[in-house]
Design a protein around this ligand. Structure first.
Ligand code: NAD
Ligand code: GLY
Length: 336
């Protein structure tokens, strides 16, 4: 599986101290069997590590060990490792190859696919990054056995997102199989990972650089990124913030007549059954709006929102009255 990409090449495995004890030895052995010379580069765990100083540490290690342009970076871990290692690969010596070996549900269904790489800036989430496609994505469902419960739930947010914006029948399937996913039944997990990758790959193939269609994959993210950044990176998990953001975006869709009360209730029930928050933090709507204005989707100074059109379809809107957005934030947030 790895040989076509790494035979006779040097591979830097970027990972962290949480994931390494579980999977580093096994991955190193697989890469060696494929003919690679593999060495780890360890970075700190968690969202706060998705920053300049960690990126610099990766460059220091690559340069100290004299990695050249024929080297391959292999990201072993969740979306944080994947986004940061992918960005390192995008810019190291003007761009080298990289492999994604995602070990969280979120990374297997979303972040490892599609070539978006980035680090955060104190002023906004994923503000510094590049599009850089991996050579391959190798997902092993068995790695999800060691994932903490809260992280599994965070991954379910992105699973649910794919159904909400792209596939009504996948929502029906999720309503039938959510408990199987939470019990980590491998057959159910494998189906969900495969379906999300199929759905996402189709969108990315049509619009890799997000000129239009791909933006629907940001459903809930305009609110979600603002929740994450305003609370301090790592306080809310990305998937948790996206869940609360999807609830806000669903309510907005309801108020604009694009989704029915029954459909919004189904969104709410799914998120609750997945163990996810359906309310934002106790922050004033105006403060959250300030964070939302930084978001990449606020093109030309106007905030853009992905809205549901029923379940399984979505559209982008940039013409929403600010009062409607403020009202939704107020109604979907904890009381200050
Ligand atoms: P994460 O990378 O922080 O991983 C979650 C936690 O689980 C970490 O502590 C990690 O060390 C640990 N972990 C990872 N695999 C494990 C395993 N198998 N067993 C035990 N512990 C394990 O978080 P995440 O949810 O995977 O990723 C979130 C990030 O992904 C955010 O920064 C978000 O912006 C980004 N993201 C990117 C894209 C994209 O298209 N590039 C899409 C969605 C999200
Ligand atoms: N997670 C949104 C995208 O990849 O476009």
């Amino acid at each position: 599986m790895y040989a076509p990409h790494v035979a006779s090449r040097r591979v830097a495995i970027v990972t962290n101290p949480v994931v390494a004890p579980f999977y580093l030895e096994r991955l190193t052995a697989s890469l060696q069997r494929a003919g690679a010379q593999a060495t780890p580069i360890l970075i700190a765990d968690g969202e706060p590590a998705k920053d300049w100083s960690t990126l610099d540490h990766v460059f220091d290690e690559l340069l100290a060990a004299r990695y050249g342009r024929d080297a391959v970076i292999c990201a072993l871990g969740g979306g944080v490792v994947g986004d940061l290692a992918g960005f390192a690969a995008a810019v190291y010596q003007r761009g080298i190859a990289f492999l994604q070996v995602p070990t969280t549900l979120l990374a297997q269904v979303d972040s490892s696919v599609g070539g978006k790489t980035a680090i955060n800036h104190p002023r906004g989430k994923n503000m510094i990054g590049a599009f850089h496609q991996p050579l391959a994505v190798v997902s092993d469902i068995a790695t999800l056995d060691s994932l903490p419960e809260r992280e599994l739930a965070a991954g379910l947010a992105e699973v649910i997102k794919h159904g909400l914006v792209l596939d009504a029948s996948f929502i029906d399937w999720l309503e039938q199989n959510l408990e199987a996913l939470r019990r980590r039944e491998h057959a159910a997990l494998a189906f969900a990972v495969r379906r999300c990758c199929e759905l996402k790959a189709k969108v990315v193939a049509a619009d890799e650089r997000e000129a239009g269609l791909r933006a629907i994959l940001n459903f809930g993210h305009t609110f979600g990124h603002a929740i994450e950044a305003s609370a301090g990176y790592g306080t809310w998990l990305h998937g948790e913030a996206v869940a609360a953001g999807m609830m806000m975006a669903s309510e907005l869709s309801l108020r604009l007549g694009l989704a029915s009360p029954q459909e919004v209730m189904r969104v709410r029930q799914l998120l609750l059954r997945a163990g996810l928050p359906v309310q934002g933090p106790a922050i004033s709507p105006q403060s959250l709006l300030e964070w939302m204005r930084v978001d990449k989707k606020a093109g030309g100074g106007r905030m853009r929102f992905v809205l549901l059109c029923g379940l399984g379809a979505a559209q982008m809107r940039a013409d929403l009255p600010e009062e409607a957005v403020i009202e939704v934030i107020r109604d979907c947030s904890a009381r200050p």
